[in-house]
Design a protein around this ligand. Structure first.
Ligand SMILES: *Cc1c(COP(=O)(O)O)cnc(C)c1O
Length: 387
């Protein structure tokens, strides 16, 4: 049986997959089972930040595999400790909890928020404000945090204690804080799944002020925006705020599953032995991959990300068939006059992989995509949009 039929029969039908089987790649080029070549502007949803099969990354991962592949969290392990140190030193945070995914990183943030409320104001201060149109993960609790009703259908009852405010409306958020016993605010600075919508800087700064005034943890979900994606190591740096909690995952491991919850001064002391855990969390192979990824995200690479972002925005803004370009860095949404799904299918036919976010074509190229491939792919996207 061919792979597509096999998958359809035996893999749970939770994904609307494109009719393509990807088998290998190098850098920003990827090949399907028929040997067809694509320029990859999706990077497995902002995961393969250094592209496919980066040599240094592979060496770091294999070197760790040659030592030990897993230790459990009953023992100390260098890759995990070093990764935590790097994450803290580069973000101004104090401690890190490691898990395996974005949803788990957010689960840990939610636990931190609840514990903070209990310690500071009493157990009943457990409500967390998130935004409408947000996306925070697929577990029942992170779905509950997600401010989109469609995700809640079929799975009720949701976890209690989440209220959702309209993005960029400070008054709406203040009203929710006034009428609920809150412990934290959690937001994405660029709503990814929600349609690549960046929040207003002034709004984010006002939310940070409000959180301080109301004694709420300010928790930023950087699962998608993190690890160089928006042109700084973490997007919060561009908003002039210092969060109390930052969550990240997708691009951190360079393709290996790892989630991290970064805890700032107000949150670092909340967890004591036994309060959270994860069998695989901080796995040495994933941590070795992540250490390598972070070592490559320096000012040179970030400047390239910003330059490539400007190029894409400039090339597509005002182009025929393009209504708007949104987002930050190499996390961009293209609103087309044509249906986004039709544009995506045609790009794929022409050898360019792009993905969708709501009604937009979403671009998430590798941070180190070669200029010539980027230019070629954007030309093709432009032509498809103009049809
Ligand atoms: C993808 C994503 C998640 C969920 O991450 P998983 O690794 O799929 O659990 C959470 N928050 C944001 C902002 C995301 O983009």
């Amino acid at each position: 049986m061919d792979i597509i039929a096999l998958d359809k029969q035996f893999v749970a039908n939770t994904y609307a997959r494109f009719p393509v089987e990807l088998v290998r790649g190098k850098g920003s080029l990827v090949y399907d089972a028929d040997g067809k070549e694509y320029i990859d502007l999706g990077t497995g949803i902002a995961v393969n930040g250094l592209g496919i099969g980066d040599e240094g990354w592979k060496q770091a991962v294999v070197a760790q595999l040659d030592q030990i592949q897993h230790t459990s969290n009953l023992y100390y392990s260098a890759p995990c400790a070093r990764l935590a140190e790097t994450l803290c030193k580069r973000t101004g945070m104090e401690k890190v909890f490691f898990s395996n995914s974005g949803a788990e990183a957010n689960e840990c943030a939610i636990k931190a928020g609840r514990k903070y409320g209990e310690v500071q104001k009493g157990k009943e201060y457990s409500t967390i404000v998130t935004l409408k149109n947000s996306f925070h993960g697929r577990t029942i609790t992170t779905l509950s945090a997600t401010g989109q009703d469609v995700f809640h259908e079929h799975f009720t009852p949701m976890t209690d204690g989440f209220v959702h405010a309209t993005a960029n409306d400070l008054e709406a958020l203040q009203t929710l804080v006034n009428t609920h016993k809150c412990c934290a605010v959690m937001l994405e600075l660029v709503q990814g799944e929600g349609g690549v919508m960046a929040l207003d800087k002034a709004y984010v700064q006002a939310v940070a002020e409000l959180a301080k005034k109301e004694n709420l943890l300010l928790m930023i979900d950087e699962v998608q925006t993190g690890n160089g994606r928006t042109g700084t190591l973490y997007a919060f740096e561009q908003f002039g705020i210092q969060p109390d909690v930052v969550t990240t995952a997708k691009g951190l491991g360079g393709g290996l599953p790892i989630g991290a919850t970064l805890l700032g001064a107000k949150a670092a002391g909340l967890f004591t032995a036994g309060l959270n855990g994860s069998t695989f969390g901080g796995n040495p192979v994933c941590a070795a991959g992540a250490n390598y990824v972070l070592s490559k995200i320096d000012e040179t690479l970030l400047a390239e990300v910003r330059k490539k972002s400007e190029y894409i925005v400039h090339a597509l803004t005002g182009a025929k068939g393009v209504k708007a370009v949104t987002g930050m860095g190499l996390m961009l949404g293209v609103e087309c006059e044509r249906d986004a799904s039709a544009v995506i299918a045609e790009c794929m036919e022409q050898g360019v992989l792009v993905i969708k976010a709501k009604n937009k074509v979403r671009l998430l190229p590798a941070l180190n995509i070669p200029w010539e491939l980027l230019e070629k792919a954007i030309e093709i996207l432009k032509e498809v949009c103009a049809k």
